[in-house]
Design a binder for this molecule. Structure first.
Ligand SMILES: Cc1cc2nc3c(=O)[nH]c(=O)nc-3n(C[C@H](O)[C@H](O)[C@H](O)COP(=O)(O)OP(=O)(O)OC[C@H]3O[C@@H](n4cnc5c(N)ncnc54)[C@H](O)[C@@H]3O)c2cc1C
Length: 446
């Protein structure tokens, strides 16, 4: 379809759920957008994070996203990352004349603990594996050496997904989840246990709860009340399997990954913790006693951080938000701290989704955040003098001459057909290309 005469007033960086729903809201309200996405396909972590076996939710979201991209006024530029290390950064988009820029780029960085041994072979961040098993290039094509005994650090939903994945690998014999605090502080949703609970080493779990019971009672927690949510699910599950076996180690902070001369993980050293009441919760406090976990692979599922390559101000793991926004929405700020240093300048720049609050919940929350950000931008634009929108045809030419091979909605349709055809040829339900080159080739773009 020709882009002659098309224009956009707002640039959105990132076509995950937050960016897509923000684009839909703006376009439906008559504000045209240019939607720049690093990945060829839209969807962000809905495409490349949600566990592959959740086919119903993933397929449902895929078709919703495809419908959104058809909305008149949305101009999709896939395979078009924006930032300091790419041909175009935020300052370039500003110079082109966009009246507002919405950062919906998720939280692309990874959190690490900074422990000795983190760069040993066999130490990974959960996100690398999540991207790998969800076919995101370049991770899709990389090989990850997972051994027989794996430690997974963290107790959120990403941990349960990783344990679920590890249970599909034939070589894995033992999986140990390592948690800094106790049973009352686990963060995963209870229903996420269902696919993995049958692998739980029940006797070991009971012994572990007995071990940590005095520490829980010391901060006023009743261990039995918390055992119930796991035991009920364990008793109910018909599919019990000891291969691989899954164990939980509470009150344990990783302090070092030991690797002998060959650089491969040999064991994970942890410090035992006790619990201490603090306002609004409990914290872990080291006891000075150490334990060693016999593992050959360590996976950190401890969260994300935003990408500093966008050149925006950072505070902690997220972008520095303005606590006194000019355009608050439902008590929240979608604006950046103007006092912080920024290479691109912050006027007209807004944030939403996981870029606004790192790792903040499920797709539904990102969707709501995108819609709210769109409303904030509408208020901002209403306050600005009307300026000419950016013409899409010259923008396409500028992107091309800057070295991008941009992917449009029409290209995505061809990619979908090619992947379906390949699935049929291979008698599979689904097929996904593992590299950008294969995808671009299937769309006739290289
Ligand atoms: C392992 C895992 C499992 C999950 N499972 C579920 C689940 O089962 N159900 C559920 O509801 N939610 C789940 N979630 C949460 C859900 O995926 C998120 O809530 C949601 O995707 C966040 O949306 P977002 O748009 O803010 O960010 P993202 O989904 O991260 O989207 C960001 C987008 O920005 C693009 N981008 C990044 N940097 C740039 C750049 N520099 N230039 C241009 N584009 C860029 C990316 O390509 C991506 O498309 C899961 C998350 C994870 C990590």
């Amino acid at each position: 379809m020709s882009s002659a005469g098309k224009a956009a007033r707002v640039a959105i960086i990132g076509a995950g759920p937050a960016g897509l729903f923000a684009a839909k809201q703006l376009a439906e309200d008559g504000i045209e957008v240019a939607l720049f996405n690093r990945d060829i396909k839209p969807g962000g972590l809905a495409e490349y994070g949600i566990y592959p076996a959740k086919t119903k939710i993933k397929d449902g979201l895929r078709s919703q996203f495809r419908e959104i991209l058809k909305t008149p006024g949305i101009n999709y530029f896939g395979n078009t990352p924006i930032g300091k290390k790419f041909p175009l950064g935020l300052a370039d988009l500003k110079k082109m004349g966009f009246s507002a820029i919405l950062i919906a780029a998720g939280a692309q960085g990874t959190k690490w603990l900074g422990l000795p041994g983190e760069n040993c072979a066999g130490v990974y961040h959960a996100k690398e594996l999540v991207y790998h098993y969800n076919h995101l290039p370049p991770y899709a094509g990389q090989s990850f050496t997972i051994g027989k005994k794996v430690a997974v650090v963290g107790v959120g939903n990403v941990m349960t997904d990783i344990v679920r994945y590890l249970c599909t690998l034939p070589q894995v014999e033992e999986i140990t989840t390592v948690a800094r605090r106790g049973l009352a502080e686990v963060k995963f949703d209870r229903h996420e246990l269902e696919p993995i609970i049958g692998h739980l080493d029940w006797l070991d779990f009971q012994a572990e709860v007995e071990r940590i019971a005095p520490a829980m009672k010391a901060v006023g927690q009743e261990p039995n009340a918390h055992i119930q949510m796991i035991s009920e699910r364990y008793q109910k599950t018909a599919e019990k399997s000891a291969s691989p076996i899954w164990r939980l180690r509470f009150l344990s902070s990783p302090v070092k990954i030991l690797c002998p001369a060959d650089g491969k993980v040999w064991c994970l050293r942890t410090e035992e913790n006790e619990l201490e009441n603090i306002p609004g919760g409990v914290k872990a406090k080291g006891t000075g006693k150490f334990a060693e976990l016999d593992v050959d692979t360590v996976i950190f599922a401890i969260g994300d951080r935003v990408d500093d390559e966008l050149g925006l101000p950072i505070k902690g793991y997220g972008f520095a938000l303005n606590n006194q926004p000019r355009f608050p929405m439902n008590g929240s700020s979608f604006e950046l701290d103007e006092n912080a240093k920024s290479e691109a300048g912050l006027e007209g720049v807004f944030v939403c989704g996981w870029s606004r609050i790192v790792s903040a919940g499920m797709v539904g929350i990102a969707r709501k955040d995108g819609v709210n950000a769109a409303r904030v931008i509408q208020e901002y634009l209403a306050d600005q003098p009307e300026t000419a929108s950016v013409q899409i045809e010259p923008l396409e030419m500028k992107l091309q001459s800057s070295g991008y091979t941009c992917v449009t909605l029409e290209d995505l349709n061809r990619l979908e057909v090619a992947e379906k055809k390949q699935a049929e040829l291979m008698s599979q339900d689904q097929f996904f290309f593992d590299s950008n080159e294969e995808m671009l080739k299937s769309m006739g773009l290289v």
